[in-house]
Design a protein around this ligand. Sequence first.
Ligand code: CU
Length: 163
Amino acid sequence: MKVTKTVFVSAMLAASTASFSHGENKHSKEAAPMKMEQKEWGIGGHSNSIKRIVEIRMTDNMRFSPEFVEVKQGETIRFVHTNDGKVMHEFVLGTKKVLGLHSALMRKFPNMEHDEPYMTHVGAGKKEETVWNFNKVGEFYFGCLLPGHYEAGMLGTINVAAK
Ligand SMILES: [Cu+2]
């Protein structure tokens, strides 16, 4: 009985190893569609409804430029981020409360992985983008939550005015 069980388990292992060696699995995660979940500060935007492009530069003196963006409710914005620095920066949209909680988590778990439509990592010297639909009125923020950056003031404001 014991022998049969061992043989069965090895056969299972062999089968799963075989399926992992196919290579198609590797890209399935990247190709998966982003979650379009309604947040207090809006929802992921579709590239076919972009109304405006807003360029945001990031620097190693822990600043975004511009630091203030005015938006009309309902607008889908394509943010184009350029990292002018020599270290990684990120662009994370949210309320001040959510950004504060998130930056505290980042201090605890600096290698925390994320993949959300409202956050984008931008490597040194790189250009990336975030497409977001501001369907809620209010004052929201964008911050770089890499450890030490947010604390140093790497934060900008977005005012979404009623249409
Ligand atoms: Cu940063």
